[in-house]
Design a protein around this ligand. Structure first.
Ligand SMILES: Nc1ncnc2c1ncn2[C@@H]1O[C@H](COP(=O)(O)OP(=O)(O)OP(=O)(O)O)[C@@H](O)[C@H]1O
Length: 265
């Protein structure tokens, strides 16, 4: 399977089609202590194959937005429309605390969604083998979760989430619990997996560096009720190496995003 590598950061506007339309989404939570206005008038269109990060202060509704996209929560008003109806059912998830089944080895954990969905076709099994290879887990297929580092466990979670070839991958702070060095490595790994699988990714992070490093666009949200403050297009050549973080353009993006976030304090 050879797929041409991406060399440019921004998904080509002329070719890529829109896959997801978020229109005027509001979310209110009713609790015993009153109403929480979590999201306010969110409008965003995502292109197929795009890597979009969402960054914003704690409690601004980032996870709520992902849950709405995953149909785990309903918007109070507004709409989520998918370019193709089938995309709605083709969503993979990776969470910060994605847990692996301790009694299953790496391969069995990776295949688990396929078994549950009764999709363990030859093609899908081959895909999992391929994903394990590109995630650097080829020689750990028989290892159990307690034998893996935090970074390796998150890589298995990513492989597992891609096992049924979803169109869209929703990632809620997947590397938040990892140390800085492992996190850097995971960013490189994720970029490679994304590059080779061409998934559309929505990625929540608290790290401006991580967002700029990985993304085609960075969506900056305001404090609650979460609104979209600014959307940055990150025009840096791909594939990106850690050295990109020393470049003037990278530093400029980080500074600008920090200023938008800072203005909200
Ligand atoms: N199920 C729920 N019931 C009531 N309130 C909720 C629920 N889920 C989230 N909230 C509230 O909605 C707001 C947004 O929460 P959310 O978890 O989406 O924010 P976040 O930006 O992901 O936060 P963090 O960065 O800290 O993870 C918060 O005030 C939270 O307390």
């Amino acid at each position: 399977m050879t797929i041409p590598a991406r060399t440019h950061s921004t998904v080509d506007d002329q070719i890529a089609k829109d896959i997801l339309f978020i229109k005027g989404v509001n979310k209110f939570y009713e609790t015993q202590s009153g109403t929480t206005h979590a999201l306010e008038n969110i409008n965003l269109t995502i292109k197929e194959g795009e890597f979009v990060s969402i960054i914003g202060p704690s409690g601004c509704g980032k996870s709520t937005l992902l849950k709405i996209l995953a149909n785990l929560e309903k918007p109070s008003s507004g709409e989520i429309n998918w370019g193709e109806k089938s995309s709605k059912d083709q969503i993979g998830f990776v969470f910060q605390d994605s847990t692996l089944l301790p009694w299953k080895n790496v391969l069995e954990n990776s295949l688990f969604p396929l078994k549950v969905k009764k999709m363990d076709t030859r093609e899908n099994l081959e895909r999992v083998e391929y994903l394990l290879k590109i995630a650097g887990l080829d020689s750990f297929k028989k290892a159990y979760p307690n034998e893996l580092s935090g970074g390796m466990k998150q890589r298995v979670s990513i492989v597992r989430s891609l096992s049924f070839d979803p169109k869209v991958l929703l990632m809620d702070e997947p590397f938040g619990a990892l140390d800085a060095m492992t996190r850097d490595k995971m960013n490189i790994e994720l970029q490679r997996i994304w590059n080779e699988t061409k998934k559309t990714v929505l990625f929540i992070t608290h790290s401006i560096n991580e967002a700029v490093f990985l993304s085609d666009r960075v969506v900056v949200m305001s404090p609650r009720p979460g609104r979209i403050d600014r959307v940055f297009t990150i025009d840096l050549i791909r594939p990106r190496t850690v050295d990109v973080r020393e470049t003037i353009d990278f530093v400029k993006y980080v500074k600008e995003i920090r200023e938008v976030l800072g203005n909200d304090d």
